[in-house]
Design a protein around this ligand. Structure first.
Ligand code: ADP
Ligand code: ASP
Ligand code: MG
Length: 609
């Protein structure tokens, strides 16, 4: 007998027929001798409908931060009703079919969260009531996406209702699975599993039978909405076995592999320590090309030439420049490839005004899980470096790692500062390895993701001195705004430009916050661009092959798509492109890495529209 958590998303419970189909699958699972806890989403597009209703009645004026907070509380009260409808109906359907069942909302189970409305993180889930009902032979049907806060006076669950953020019922399911120590958490949706990309854009995307949690975390946080990234974070931290399957099919789906076996603390599920280790790499040289023309094909030409000579490029950063029509590109390579790389770079005729080489650099990284969703972590890293008087030359962020390029002579001080700030050990990162006999058979690019909900902000004329990146980030942290793709221009002057992307929904808030502090902090214009998208490739095997980024850039150049920002980490490359070219960008990249199969994937819920 196994204890199984099954989560059914909105499309899987969209109408009465679908609810009955779900009922049948649950009954079968029980009949096979298992105990079943079910977590459900709101039916179909109910949540979207409720959000639209809220917008239609609330005044559309510039709100103060207090007004935003008050509205967020009521928004949570409104949105949780969606899931409540589904639990009641599904439980009734099970009972009518002779299967004892009980429906419970987040408050009845006691899914306890932090007090942040619309984006609460789970502190803990009480397992007792769920287990008591299971012991009575019932299927327990729980509303996903919702919780309650703690009463600060008593320290007990209060009646104040929160939601986890859009798409959050995946996270509820995995948190519940961790709390009751389930044998597996199955996520049922409208696609057969995790695919190489979104089949709504590339119908011949292929199924992956397994994916590492690091790859899945990156894919999900880079826009593949098939899973809420926080659910993968919990699975990784608590060693929850997890798979993604279709509720229309009996196929096995995709297994998400995790190296962990339950090291987290069940009393602080989503607020565990997120920085696990710090590492430093002195084997780095930085090459920067300043003021190169901003048109398609430049990055591709540069990185293809480097790849052709077998040069392993590590970090790549391309920043926008204040001066229209030019860009800076900087990258790092291992020391022993410097001579070759320098010859290749200098011999290219791509119109750079200056090529600089700096071999006194090191890359310091903090490694953990879920750092992008917590803007305070990067800010704390930058602040601790600034307090130690260390200037940051390049920044690269990913869901599992934040790296800064600094002067090598600052290395020891940087390590000490970061160890103090995060109380962590110096260690090399334990990556989730791909479980395959023959690693060379695995494609270096496993998935391509598109995020159309991002906007770019560029802060211009930032004085080039320690602490500026930290100060800018702190303004955003204060308003709970997450950012990624933080890139700094490599200027030869004493001012830099810092650019990054934020969720479109946070753009106005971020702009106001940053403009307020321009004078105090001494930076110039804050320019915003909501018309961009981010396209990314992810693969744990990418580090074993050179030239992967170059192929991505070439595919975009061949399609005449200009790359406006680039940021890389070991297992991903992200590019910012114009939004109207986003889908085409995704398609040409998917094609470049031969990721399509020969059969179109059916998305049943899309067919119905
Ligand atoms: P649910 O309602 O079950 O939670 P979602 O709509 O949140 O489902 O997520 C499933 C959708 O995710 C699919 O219909 C698909 O369009 C989209 N998707 C995006 N990227 C991927 C990917 N790499 N693999 C599978 N599905 C993806
Ligand atoms: N119903 C919520 C949403 O649409 C939560 C979820 O489906 O995961 O965002
Ligand atoms: Mg979902």
């Amino acid at each position: 007998m196994a204890l199984i958590v099954q989560k059914y998303g909105g499309s899987s419970v969209a109408d009465a027929d679908r609810i009955k189909a779900v009922r049948d699958r649950i009954k079968q699972t029980v009949c096979a001798g298992n105990q079943v806890v079910v977590v459900v989403s709101a039916m179909g597009k109910t949540t979207d409908g409720l959000v639209a209703l809220a917008e239609s009645v609330s005044a559309n004026h510039d709100q103060t931060l207090n007004e935003i907070a008050a509205k967020e509380r009521e928004m949570d009260l409104l949105l949780v009703t969606g899931e409540q409808v589904t639990i009641a109906l599904l439980s009734m359907a099970l009972q009518a079919a002779g299967q004892p069942a009980i429906a419970m909302n987040g408050s009845q189970v006691r899914v306890v969260t932090e007090p942040n409305h619309t984006r609460a993180r789970i502190l803990y889930v009480e397992p007792d009531r769920i287990k008591a009902e299971l012991a009575l032979g019932k299927v327990v049907v729980i509303a996903g996406f919702q919780g309650v806060t703690l009463d600060p006076a008593t320290g007990l669950p209060s009646s104040e209702i929160t939601t986890l953020g859009r798409g959050g019922s995946d996270t509820s399911a995995v948190a519940i699975a961790a709390a009751i120590e389930a044998d597996i958490c199955e996520i049922y949706t409208d696609v057969p599993g995790i695919l190489t990309t979104d089949p709504r854009i590339v119908p011949k995307a292929q199924m992956l039978t397994e994916i590492t949690c690091d790859e899945m975390l990156e894919l999900a946080s880079l826009g593949a909405k098939v899973l809420h990234p926080r659910s993968v974070e919990i699975a990784r931290n608590f060693g929850v076995r997890m798979c993604v399957r279709s509720s229309w099919l009996d196929d096995a789906g995709t297994v998400i592999t995790s190296p962990r076996i339950g090291t987290g603390n069940l009393k602080s599920l989503e607020v565990n320590r997120f920085v696990e280790t710090v590492s430093i790499d002195y084997d780095q040289v930085k090459i920067a090309l300043l003021q190169i023309p901003d048109h398609p094909g430049i990055a591709s030409q540069l990185f293809k030439s480097l790849a052709d000579r077998g040069i392993n490029v590590d970090l790549i950063i391309q920043a926008v420049q204040e001066t229209e029509g030019v860009n800076d590109i900087a990258f790092t390579i291992p020391q022993n490839q410097l001579q070759l790389a320098e010859v290749v770079t200098r011999s290219l005729e791509i119109g750079a005004s200056l090529v600089t080489v700096d071999s006194n650099v090191a890359k310091i990284s903090i490694i953990g899980v879920g750092m992008i969703g917590r803007p305070g972590v990067a800010a704390q890293m930058f602040t601790s470096l600034a307090e130690a008087g260390i200037n940051i030359q390049m920044i690269s962020t990913s869901e599992i790692k934040i790296s800064c390029v600094i002067a090598a002579t600052d290395g020891e001080n940087a390590i000490a500062a970061i160890q103090k700030a995060f109380d962590v050990k110096v260690r090399s990162h334990q990556a989730c390895e791909i479980n395959s006999e023959n690693i060379s058979d695995i494609s270096p690019v496993r998935g391509v993701a598109l995020d159309r909900n991002r906007a770019r902000i560029a802060v211009q004329q930032v004085p080039d001195r320690p602490g500026m990146a930290a100060k800018i980030l702190e303004q955003l942290v204060e308003h709970n705004i997450s950012l990624d793709m933080i890139v700094q221009s490599q200027s030869d002057r004493d001012v830099n430009e810092i650019a990054f992307t934020v969720a479109i929904a946070d753009l106005a808030k971020a702009e106001t916050a940053l403009k307020q502090y321009a004078k105090v902090l001494g930076y110039g214009e804050v320019s915003c661009d909501g018309d961009i998208s981010k396209v990314s490739i992810v693969g744990a095997n990418m580090i074993h092959q050179s030239g992967i980024a170059a192929r991505m850039f070439s595919a975009l150049a061949d399609a005449n798509i200009n790359i406006e920002m680039i940021a890389t980490s070991e297992i991903k490359v992200s590019c910012v492109v114009r939004d109207h070219q986003a889908e085409q960008a995704l398609k040409v990249i998917h094609q470049e890495f031969n990721l399509s199969g020969d059969r179109a994937i059916e998305v049943p819920s899309a067919l119905k529209k």
